[in-house]
Unconditional design. Structure first.
Length: 267
């Protein structure tokens, strides 16, 4: 049985856990190590079940505790070379990774970590580098795409393979443009290396999904420029324009920004 949980999804800290009966993967570690330990206790999980850490990119809300958890649990950290360099430079990462815990991934080059067959792929964002991950295990294909300025044809091809999909729905365009952010930040968020809005998220799902898609989670919602119900309804409305009905064709849910979701079983 493959299971998934989100411990936080947003600019306050991102962290996801994917695991089987025998081993697990942490994807990003932007929550505090004490917080992570508490969440594991609350859900009856063991930290010893974590075998590897995957990092998407080097912004603080995705890497804040990577050095601490790697050191305390002796966990290898998998990221691209540029992301590793970015982690080394990031002042928010108080405990740096040791060289023996740094493992390199290359976009487009698959790797096997225990039961998990993983393919990193490029995602446009204004970090040192950013990747999504396609993770295949036990006949299930899980895909995560976060902090995406736009959906490229390559990203679309990974969406089309997914049984389960985590994808960014960062902001509502009107809330962003009428909000209090300075103009330079609004421009940055809307750029092709910024963040995906609700409508573009819905379009990405509609134009690339196949009948095998079972469940979609919307991730990395802005606290200032979005709302969970607004994100869900906007994505649902876009899907309906393509003749797709969320709740019937697949389940659609929104990941919480600051609290765990609960355990999802991926069949």
């Amino acid at each position: 049985m493959l299971r998934f949980i989100s411990f936080g999804s947003g600019s306050s800290g991102n962290c996801y856990y994917l695991w089987t009966e025998t081993e697990g993967l942490i994807i990003d570690i932007g929550v505090g190590f004490r917080t992570l330990k508490k969440h594991f206790r609350d859900f009856g999980l063991s930290l010893s079940s974590i075998h590897h850490i995957l990092i998407t990119h080097d912004h603080a809300d995705h890497i804040k505790s990577v050095g601490s958890i790697s050191h305390e649990l002796h966990l290898p950290v998998h990221a691209t070379l540029e992301v590793h360099k970015g982690i080394d430079r990031n002042y928010c990462v108080q405990r740096k990774l040791t060289s023996d815990m740094k493992c390199m991934v290359v976009p487009g080059e698959p790797l096997d970590l225990g039961q998990f067959h993983i393919t990193p792929f490029s995602v446009p964002h204004d970090a040192s580098e950013n990747v999504g991950y396609q993770i295949e295990v036990q006949g299930v294909t899980f895909c995560i795409i976060t902090d995406a300025g736009e959906i490229t044809s390559e990203i679309g091809s990974y969406i089309s393979r997914a049984d389960y999909l985590v994808i960014e729905a960062n902001h509502d365009e009107e809330m962003l443009m009428h909000g209090n952010y300075p103009m330079h930040l609004k421009v940055r968020i809307q750029s092709k290396t910024g963040h995906l809005c609700n409508k573009e998220c819905g379009k990405a799902i509609a134009e690339n999904m196949t009948e095998k898609l079972k469940r979609v989670w919307l991730c990395h919602l802005s606290e200032e420029n979005n709302h969970p119900e607004l994100a869900r309804k906007t994505v649902e409305a876009v899907l309906r324009e393509y003749g797709i009905v969320a709740g019937k064709d697949f389940k659609l849910e929104v990941l919480k920004r600051n609290t765990p979701t609960g355990v999802f079983e991926l069949l």
